[in-house]
Design a protein around this ligand. Structure first.
Ligand SMILES: Nc1ncnc2c1ncn2[C@@H]1O[C@H](COP(=O)(O)OP(=O)(O)O)[C@@H](O)[C@H]1O
Ligand SMILES: [Mg+2]
Length: 260
């Protein structure tokens, strides 16, 4: 069973969307639980999930499928989207705005009430099986204007906005995920809260829940709090030495400097 700690009404919302065969869009910063949430919901709904990490070379064929050459000649191989459509599974496109524009051509008819997938290469027109659900996510922080989602795409989705959880919720997550005690979980969340408030450093992104969990893991394996924080929380945030040193000051204030 996958552990997922809800932060709001997202579980009910996803369920309602699934009941009505509506696609879902999740936006939010990295490491705030988007992928975990989709895995959890798939389990709750009893549907398989096919995940695609989108990148700027990802084409419609990567999603739909292609002809391959085997020992007995060419054969057709379904891509993850086609597989999900046939099986009534969830297809999860992570960082969907990275994908090439030609992917919207296959996504649009699937994301509205037609629920169909035209496979150009084979001439097939697939009707999505009942459980099929399209789920996409992206990080609005990384988005360039060029890559933004078109309104015609965005308006097809039930949308939810994720963020780093409230401190009480995040503490539960850190504790349950890493197995650390509640005192340490609270300290790490306090540290993250302080780091997230530092607006004067131009960090691309704030410390995520994922980083807190990694820090707790390292400490569990015997690293000192300061070493663990540096390696798992601070260095991943910035490549700039001045920024790293400034952020480490926050760590020293909380955990003391002596152990390094
Ligand atoms: N609400 C949550 N419940 C359980 N674990 C969470 C939650 N939010 C974050 N996590 C933890 O943080 C890690 C990163 O989350 P992930 O879903 O991969 O982030 P994202 O996909 O938003 O980048 C997960 O592996 C999990 O350990
Ligand atoms: Mg993810």
């Amino acid at each position: 069973m996958t552990f997922y700690q809800p932060a709001g009404n997202e579980v009910e919302l996803f369920r309602a969307a699934a009941e009505n065969s509506l696609p879902v869009l999740i936006k939010g910063p990295t490491g705030c639980g988007k992928t975990r949430f989709v895995r959890y919901m798939a389990e709750q709904l009893g549907r398989p999930v096919y995940t695609v990490a989108c990148h700027d070379d990802l084409t419609a064929s990567d999603l739909v499928g292609r002809h391959l050459i085997g020992p007995e000649g060419t054969y057709w191989q379904d891509g993850p989207l086609t597989r999900a459509v046939r099986e009534g599974a969830i297809c999860y496109l992570d960082e969907v705005v990275e994908a090439r524009k030609d992917t919207t051509v296959v996504l649009h008819p699937l994301a509205d009430d037609r629920r169909e997938l035209p496979i150009e290469r084979t001439g097939e027109l697939l009707q999505a099986a009942p459980g099929f659900m399209l789920v996409v996510s992206y990080n609005p922080g990384y988005q360039s204007l060029l890559k933004g989602m078109k309104p015609s795409t965005r308006q097809r989705f039930v949308s939810m906005s994720f963020d780093y959880p409230e401190p009480e919720v995040e503490q539960v997550i850190v504790q349950k995920e890493s197995g650390c005690d509640s005192a340490l979980a609270k300290q790490l969340v306090d540290l993250a809260t302080s780091l997230r408030k530092l607006k004067d450093h131009d960090l691309e992104e704030a410390a995520s829940t994922r980083l807190l969990i990694h820090t707790a893991y390292l400490m569990h394996s015997g690293m000192s709090p300061v070493e663990a924080c540096r390696a798992a929380m601070i260095e991943p945030l910035s490549d700039d030495a001045v920024t790293v040193n400034a952020l480490m000051e926050v760590v020293y204030a909380l955990f003391g400097q002596s152990e390094e």
